[in-house]
Design a protein around this ligand. Sequence first.
Ligand code: CDP
Ligand code: MG
Length: 699
Amino acid sequence: MSQFWKPGGERPQLLDDGEGGVLFFSPSASSSSSSSGFGYGSIDKLRQRLPVYKYRTAILYLVETRATTIIVGETGSGKTTQIPQFLNEAGWADGGRVIACTQPRRLAVQAVASRVAEEMGVKLGEEVGYTIRFEDVTNTDKTVVKFLTDGVLLREMMDDPLLSKYSVIMVDEAHERSISTDILLGLLRKIQRRRPDLRLIISSATIEAKSMASFFRSSKRHQEAGATDLGPSKEPAILSVEGRGFNVEIHYVEEPVPDYVQAAVSTVLLIHDQEPAGDILVFLTGQDDIDAAVRLLTEEVQSHGKKSHGLIVLPLFSGLPRADQDLVFSPTPRGKRKVVISTNIAETSLTMEGVVYVVDSGFSKQRFYNPISDIENLVVAPISKASARQRAGRAGRVRPGKCYRLYTEEYFVKQMSSEGIPEIQRSKLVSCVIQLKALGIDNILGFKWPASPSSEAMIRALEVLYSLGVLDDDAKLTSPVGFQVAEIPLDPMISKMILASDQLGCAEEILTIAAALSIQSIWVSGRGMQKELDEAKLRFAAAEGDHVTFLNVYKGFLQSGKSSDWCRRNFVNAHAMKKVIEIRAQLKRIAQRLGIVLKSCESDMTVLRKAVTAGFFANACRLEAYGHNGMYKTVRGSQEVYIHPSSVLFRVNPKWVVYHSLVSTDRQYMQNVITIEPSWLPEAAPHFYQQRQLGPSIH
Ligand code: CDP
Ligand code: MG
């Protein structure tokens, strides 16, 4: 592998840090003039201006000589879009091999892939492609640079455990420490020992580079054993790409703000009124509050207020239709000011040119899991100082900028935690355990993680998987159920529901439900028109609950000839319904491969509810207190929960239900709820529910 290392190319200077032999690279003037075969088109000029370009030779040198290279560089320095191209230009994709670059977020995968295709002047899906769950835009014969989510790469390991088609795997955005990134890092560390030809790049905006390096450093024993190898050095290299961010002035609020959406909107209007040109990036938490802020600002613009003249208001969150994403990245028209209201995705995964002002709410949506109650929630929670600094940094890309923090300085200094907690330590581990099992990692407790999950969470996961019939007494995957569940790229509870539907004769319906549950919501966002939305829902509402309601909407949509007009009239999100149809088609293919018979149960909703129970028995709840919106308790953990106002069963208060997920605001709310009979629980999961747990009110 030396085709890139052109004779006469200078050896970059490597510095020893003097502690444990980790090597740092110091940029030298000579390395910026490496030959690269670039032309002089404007794209090439732009590329050459990115900070990472100066390190091109160094990166290629390290990748050739080291098994693992850790690259730290500020957001926007060109890591994601340039490094895969450097590798391609250097020949790492010759001979039918592929360069992979993983991202934790689907939207980032799509955005960077299309950018790189554009830079390389090729059609997306040919030389440059991407794969996210349920969407594969690659060409087996042509694709040489492939962007994919870390979750998809994990899935690929099930068919190809050594990931043999990849020459280099770049695990990008490693600082986010998503659960899939951590699992992937743990597995790649193992693969490396079997594949000396494989190269890893771990890249991120900020990272504990040294602890990552020591994670990838082979144990002493292994190093000695491999001392006679002719392969690359096992010692990871660390390369730090110097940023070129401009200074960002930080402003804090004097008093805590009661409503960060409102405060963000007022701040945007204030900036627009008083500050010179430059786009504004606002960090909120999710689609709900982003939609609310967009609506408030749009109303302001439409009322032709002087304060909002010339503002272009755009949302940015995962699940946003492609056309809307493109608007975010397109240049701001002259005389206008763009306001992008985003989730965490704009913190490091995506760079927007032209942002000069950042408004930081101080919050993001985060997953939290309590292994004692076995409840996992998506919660709006305070961000860390590291995140706050990243967010502020987004304002200094083109010139000195300003960041408006919607929290007090005292709060930042005294209360904000310095780093976030890796997702694996705050998540349910059911999917993670089943994936490792499917990859033949039997000793899960002995698996080496970048950060270890808690043993309570691990035990909970093993217990649920055992109850689902996925693991046997020896904690091995059962055949065929365990292997089949692992094969379906969905939460194991949904997968189990699909398998149960085969036996119960309702796979047609359950596939539709599984597809609808995989997307955020099939309804249009309800703020400001709650009453109309509720009335529309009533047209489809089923007494059995939300799952059956999905079926009614799906039927109506098909009968209308997939009409967008029908969707508009019924407050159904047409984009979401198209997605449901696509996902369903994919699930159907998977089901057929698994030999599932696609049968319809027609109007027999009992079998359908039984199939849902077979997967979701662990989420069973019993009504404890009647009332306006009755209080339920989870059967297993006795946690207080309530039916979410978005459910068709809100205020109906059936006695026994299972839910699909929980959201937590002032209370724990169950989303997507369906009625069940309590006697189905011990039938579905005898180990999980002994009869006595169900108590006296069972009949
Ligand atoms: O990965 P990193 O944050 O280091 O940078 P990058 O994503 O590779 O971005 C490098 C440059 O490409 C930035 O100037 C971005 O603004 C630009 N870019 C773009 O214009 N459109 C995209 N979809 C992605 C990147
Ligand atoms: Mg990046």
